[in-house]
Ligand binder design. Structure first.
Ligand code: ADP
Ligand code: ZN
Ligand code: ZN
Length: 730
C-alpha cells in the first residue's frame, strides 16, 4: 500500500523561523504523527544535506511544532510539479542510533494498511514515548552509556552463574521440538500451533526452542497475554539463560525503563524480548523465533488507537522474516484451530491476514507432565437445590461444594473459588419504589463496594458514598442484589471460619506489589482459599491447589457476544488447569461448576476436557451463522453526545460505502447502539461490515476509510469515530 508522497507545504503557514536551507541537495520522506483525523496520511518530504538510510529517527518541523519522525524512504525524486516548492529542512538527525531495521518498517506498514491507520500514527505509537522528549544530544548520551555498559559486560570473563538444570523432556515435548526444528530448516516455515493441555509443559518447549534460537546467534521474541500475572515466566527465562540479556516490555515499565530496554533491543544487545502485545513491534535485528503463549487470549487485541491483534501480527512477522512462530494454548482460538486443522486437507488459500495464507502445522500434547491426571469436572445442577421458601436468593455454594471445600481444607490443600464479577454487589435496589443504583453518565449500574462504602461505575469511574436512604423515596432499607467477589469472600469467611481466605481481583491488586505479594502468599501455602475474578485463573503454576470452584459462570452463555462461549470454555479450562498441577496430589483434584444449565453442550464438553468437540460444534454454528472464522468482520464506531449525530454519520458513511465500486462481496449492516450504549455521557453507535473474503473487505476499507475524514467534518458534534478490523466482539 504505497500512497503518493505529500509535500509538506500545507503546514507552512506560521511556521517558525528555521535557518535557511543551505542548498540541500537531497530530500527524504518522513513519517510523523499527524494530528488525529487529519487527512494527511502519506509521508512528508523534507530537505536534507546528505542521504539518510530509511529507518533513521529524525526531528522535523510540522506546522509550528517540531516532532519526532522516522525516515521512510529516500528513493524517488520529487515530482516535476514539486520542484518549485522549497522543502523545509530536517531539524535533527538521531545519528547515534542504528536505523530501525527494514523488517520493522515492513511490519508497521503492513499493520497500518491492514488496520486502516496512518503509517506515521502507528509507527510513532509503538515507539517509546520518551523518544519524543529527547533531543539528539541527550539520546546520544544514553546510547553511549548503554554501549559502554555493554562493552564492560561483554569483556568480563564468562559469568559464574549456572543455568538451572533443564528437566529431561517428555515424549510429547521432544516431538514438538523435533517438528519445530524441522520447520526452522524451511525457508518459509508455517506457524506451529502447540495444542497442549494445562500442565503438559508448554513452557519447557518455549525454553528449549529459545535455547536453540540463541545458539544459532538469533534472538527470540516471547509474547504473553499479561506480564503482570506471569513474573514466574520471566524468572524462569532468567534462571535458564544466565548471562543472556532479557528485555521485558510491558505497560508497567516507567518511561525511562521502557526507553532503555528498547534502545538495547535496537542496538542488538538483547537476546530475548519477553512482553505483552506491544512487544510484537520490538525492532529485533536478528529475529529467529516468535512464541505466542496463550495465543487465544483476548488481551492480544489492542482496544484503542490502531486496534491490532498482536497474535495475528506475530504470524505475519514470522512469515515476513522467514522464522517459525510457535502458538501455544490448551484452548486455541477458533481462527488458529481451523487453519491448523485444515493443514493437510486444503491447499494454501487466501484466508488469513495478508495475501497468502500460512496454513499452520499442529502438534498436540495431550498428557500432563509425569502422567498427572486432569481434574475431574463436576457439574452442580443449581436448579435441583432445595431452597428454603423464605430465601430470596439461592445459597452461594451448594452443600456438595461446601463439603468439597471442607475436605480440601482438612487435607491441608488449597482451593480456588472464582466469580467473574468484582465489588460487593452489582447493583443496589430499593424494594419500595424500584430505584436502582444506575450511573448518571452511563447506561450501566454502579457497583456497590462495601468496604470502601461506595457506589462506583466500572465504565466511567464515577463514584459516590453509598446513600443512607433511597435517593428517590427515602426508604432506609436499600439492599444489594446479586453478588460480587467482595461478598463471596465475606460469605466464605462466615461459612468456613477456620480457613485462611484471600481475595484477588482488580480492587485488591490495585496497589503496587499487591498482586505479587498475594500470589507469593498462595505459593508459600499461607492461604487456604483464594477467591477472585478470572485474574486467579490465569497461567499461575500453583502447586498445591486441588480444588477449583466456578461459582456462577452461566451469565456469559446468554450474552449477545458471539465469542462469549469460546471465551467461557477457555476460561473454565484454564481455571481447571490450576488444579492438580503437582502429580503427587493430582489424582484427587476436582473442578466444581455451579450451573443452572448443566445439560448445555459447553459444560458437557468441559466435563470431558474435550476441546476438539467443543471447537467442532462451535465452528459448525459459526459456519451456519456466517460468523468468523468463516467470515471477516470490521466495525465502524461513532461517538457523540447526541446519538442522532453518531447515527447520521454512520448512515452517511454507509451511503459512501455503497457508492464505492469495491463494495461487492461485502455486506453492510445498519447502525445500532453498542451493547453499553452510553459511557461518560457519550453515546456510542456502530455498524458492522461482513465479508466471506478478507481481500474484498480489505479493498473496500482501503477505498472507504480515507473518505470518512471529510465526512467527519460535515457532522458537527461527532466526538470520535474509529474502524475496528477483526473486532473481538460485535
Ligand atoms: P503448561 O504451560 O503447559 O500449563 P507448564 O509449562 O507450566 O505447563 O508445566 C507444568 C509443570 O511441569 C511446571 O512446573 C514445569 O516445571 C514442569 N515440567 C515441564 N516439563 C517437564 C519435564 N520434562 N519434566 C519434569 N517437569 C516438567
Ligand atoms: Zn425508593
Ligand atoms: Zn459511568
Amino acid at each position: 500500500m504505497t500512497k503518493p508522497p505529500q509535500v509538506n507545504t500545507i503546514f507552512k503557514l506560521g511556521g517558525r523561523q528555521n535557518p535557511p536551507p543551505a542548498e540541500p541537495s537531497q530530500s527524504v520522506l518522513v513519517v510523523v504523527e499527524t494530528p488525529r483525523y487529519s487527512a494527511v496520511a502519506a509521508p512528508l518530504r523534507y530537505a536534507c544535506e546528505r542521504a539518510l538510510p530509511p529507518g533513521t529517527l529524525v526531528r522535523v518541523p510540522l506546522g509550528k511544532r517540531e516532532v519526532l519522525g522516522v525516515v521512510w524512504a529516500d528513493s524517488d525524486p520529487p515530482a516535476v510539479d514539486d520542484k518549485a516548492i522549497t522543502l523545509r529542512p530536517l531539524v535533527q538527525v538521531f545519528g547515534a542510533l542504528p536505523p530501525l531495521p527494514p523488517s520493522w518498517r515492513a511490519l508497521v506498514s503492513f499493520a497500518a494498511g491492514y488496520y486502516q491507520r496512518a503509517v506515521g500514527e502507528l509507527a510513532l505509537s509503538v515507539l517509546p514515548p520518551e523518544l519524543r522528549r529527547l533531543d539528539a544530544a541527550a539520546l546520544t548520551r544514553r546510547v553511549d552509556r548503554l554501549r559502554k555498559a555493554w562493552q564492560a559486560v561483554s569483556t568480563e570473563p564468562p559469568t559464574a552463574a549456572v543455568a538451572v538444570d533443564a528437566p529431561a523432556l517428555s515424549a510429547d515435548q521432544q516431538r514438538a521440538l523435533q517438528v519445530l526444528e524441522a520447520l526452522r530448516a524451511q525457508p518459509q516455515p508455517p506457524p506451529l500451533l502447540l495444542w497442549g493441555v494445562t500442565g503438559s509443559g508448554k513452557t519447557e518447549v518455549y525454553l528449549r526452542a529459545t535455547a536453540a534460537t540463541l545458539e544459532s546467534g538469533r534472538q527470540a521474541l516471547v509474547l504473553v497475554p499479561e506480564i503482570n500475572l506471569t513474573p514466574q515466566l520471566e524468572a524462569r527465562f532468567a534462571a535458564r539463560f544466565p548471562g543472556r540479556r532479557i528485555a521485558a516490555v510491558h505497560s508497567a515499565l516507567t518511561p525511562a525503563q521502557r526507553l532503555r530496554g528498547w534502545l538495547a533491543v535496537l542496538m542488538g544487545q538483547v537476546d530475548i524480548v519477553l512482553g505483552t502485545r506491544l512487544a510484537v513491534f520490538s525492532p529485533l535485528p536478528r529475529l529467529g523465533l516468535v512464541v505466542v503463549d496463550e495465543e487465544h487470549d483476548p488481551s492480544y487485541k489492542q482496544q484503542e488507537g490502531a486496534r491490532y491483534s498482536a497474535r495475528d501480527l506475530a504470524v505475519w512477522r514470522g512469515r515476513a522474516e522467514g522464522v517459525p512462530v510457535l502458538l501455544g494454548s490448551a484452548t486455541p482460538s477458533l481462527e488458529s484451530w481451523q487453519r491448523a486443522a485444515h493443514d493437510n486437507a486444503v491447499p494454501a488459500a487466501a484466508a488469513s491476514v495478508g495475501s497468502r495464507a500460512p496454513r499452520y502445522r499442529r502438534v498436540d500434547m495431550a498428557e500432563r507432565i509425569a502422567g498427572a491426571a486432569l481434574p475431574r469436572v463436576r457439574l452442580v445442577d443449581m436448579t435441583a437445590l432445595p431452597r428454603p421458601a423464605a430465601a430470596r436468593t439461592p445459597p452461594v455454594l451448594a452443600p456438595a461444594v461446601l463439603d468439597a471445600l471442607r475436605q480440601c481444607l482438612a487435607r491441608g490443600e488449597q482451593s480456588l473459588v472464582f466469580l467473574n464479577r468484582r465489588g460487593y454487589a452489582p447493583v443496589l435496589h430499593c424494594a419500595d419504589c424500584g430505584w436502582k443504583s444506575g450511573c448518571p453518565h452511563c447506561s450501566a449500574w454502579r457497583v456497590f463496594h462495601k468496604r470502601e462504602r461506595s457506589l462506583r461505575c466500572h465504565h466511567c469511574g464515577f463514584g459516590e458514598p453509598v446513600p443512607r436512604a433511597c435517593p428517590d423515596c427515602g426508604n432506609l432499607d436499600i439492599a444489594p442484589i446479586g453478588r460480587g467477589t467482595e461478598k463471596l469472600e465475606e460469605q466464605l469467611v462466615e461459612l468456613l471460619p477456620q480457613a485462611r481466605i484471600a481475595r484477588l481481583d482488580a480492587d485488591t491488586a490495585r496497589g503496587k506489589g499487591q498482586l505479587e505479594s498475594r500470589l507469593a502468599e498462595v505459593h508459600a501455602g499461607e492461604v487456604d482459599i483464594l477467591v477472585g475474578t478470572q485474574m486467579v485463573t490465569k497461567g499461575h503454576d500453583f502447586r498445591r491447589i486441588t480444588l477449583v470452584v466456578a461459582v456462577n459462570p452461566d451469565g456469559v452463555l446468554f450474552t449477545s457476544d458471539f465469542r462469549a462461549g469460546e471465551r467461557l470454555f477457555a476460561l473454565l479450562m484454564q481455571a481447571a488447569g490450576r488444579a492438580g498441577r503437582d502429580a503427587a496430589n493430582a489424582s484427587e483434584s476436582q473442578m466444581w461448576v455451579q450451573t443452572w444449565h448443566p445439560r448445555h453442550p459447553l459444560y458437557q464438553a468441559l466435563q470431558r476436557h474435550d476441546f476438539a468437540a467443543f471447537a467442532a460444534a462451535t465452528l459448525a454454528e459459526r459456519a451456519a451463522a456466517g460468523l468468523p472464522p468463516h467470515s471477516h468482520l470490521a466495525l465502524l464506531r461513532a461517538e457523540a453526545r447526541d446519538a442522532a449525530v453518531a447515527s447520521a454519520f454512520l448512515h452517511a458513511a454507509t451511503d459512501g460505502a455503497l457508492a464505492q465500486s469495491d463494495v461487492a462481496g461485502v455486506t453492510l449492516y445498519p447502525p445500532v447502539p453498542t451493547p453499553i450504549n452510553k459511557v461518560a455521557g457519550i453515546e456510542r453507535m456502530q455498524m458492522l461490515l461482513e465479508s466471506r473474503s478478507r481481500t474484498q473487505l480489505q479493498r473496500l476499507l482501503a477505498a472507504w476509510v480515507p473518505t470518512l475524514h471529510a465526512l467527519h467534518r460535515q457532522h458537527k458534534g461527532l466526538a470520535r469515530w474509529a474502524v475496528d478490523v477483526d473486532p473481538l466482539a460485535i
